[in-house]
Design a protein around this ligand. Structure first.
Ligand code: BTN
Length: 269
């Protein structure tokens, strides 16, 4: 993409920002390794919220050390560096809150986007968007910097889908305007991250649970390819733990290296 159209996108995007989002510094590049890595390296130089958008990443990163594969403009890819004035332990639920915020924005575009614990965004049971949040603290500052990386599939060629190796969905059919979608996302994030700083995940638990695709469904919790628990998913608690009814009791599961998979409808019969 020529620099000129990146500039035009930025102008359109800035014109659509409102409220606290107007204070976010923005940059949009054609290509980089990883917008998350770029901002993590630059945190010490930032003096307020900052967004880096890339049309392509050559070393995109996902949760649990996975790769986020992309091709030029296959996905909307950006990272938002956001400072929080709260103790680091109060941020454990942030990935879930961000999942709910992004999911609501996508639903506002007319998509039936839903959540899969802890924070994948699905469309038609396939992954539409992923979120990777990293943070950094120093002993001499009360500020915890977070880097909120978000990738939303826009248009995926078959060769890329094959490389991703899992069911994926995209917004291709919608002919989405990237600047408009980004502006909606930044407006929502700027507002809701402040709510999160004040009230924590409890402010988002009900909306997260309402968007949960697997609530009431048989699921298994998998760690390094091994099933460690199965039962019926009951949604999250205010700490972001997934409540699983195993039949012998309700077990709260912490997000970490574990992931959720739906059980086939006839499993266990
Ligand atoms: C996941 O689903 O595992 C998280 C994917 C996060 C991808 C985004 S794309 C922008 C930002 N930069 C990265 O390297 N990763 C995140």
């Amino acid at each position: 993409m020529a620099d000129m159209s990146i500039e035009q996108n930025l102008v359109q995007l800035r014109a659509r920002l409102s409220g606290q989002a107007t204070a976010i510094a923005l940059e949009w590049v054609e290509q980089t390794g990883s917008t998350n890595s770029d901002l993590m390296e630059r945190l010490a130089t930032l003096d307020g919220p900052y967004v880096r958008i890339a049309d392509h990443q050559t070393a995109g990163r996902g949760r649990a050390g996975r790769v986020w594969w992309s091709e030029p403009e296959s996905a909307l890819m950006f990272s938002l560096a956001w400072p929080f004035q709260v103790p680091a332990h109060r941020l454990t639920g942030l990935p879930l809150a961000v999942g709910a915020i992004v999911c609501e924005v996508l639903r506002g575009q007319g998509l039936d986007a839903r959540l899969k614990w802890p924070n994948d965004i699905l469309l038609d049971h396939s992954k539409l968007a992923g979120i990777l949040i990293e943070s950094s603290t120093t002993s001499d500052s009360p500020i915890v910097w977070t880097v909120i990386g978000i990738g939303i599939n826009l248009s995926l060629r078959p060769s890329l889908i094959e490389r991703i190796g899992q069911p994926v969905a995209s917004m291709a059919a919608l002919g989405i305007d990237r600047a408009i979608l980004l502006a909606d996302l930044f407006n929502a994030l700027a507002l809701q991250l402040q709510e999160f700083a004040r009230f924590g995940l409890a402010r988002f638990t009900a909306s997260w649970n309402a968007l949960d695709l697997y609530r009431g469904r048989a699921v298994m919790i998998v760690e390094h390819g091994r099933t460690v628990l199965d039962g019926v998913a009951l949604g999250i608690d205010d700490e972001g733990r997934l409540k699983v009814d195993t039949g012998a009791g309700i077990v709260p599961v912490l997000a970490g290296d574990v992931s959720l998979r739906p059980l086939p409808p006839d499993a266990g019969k």
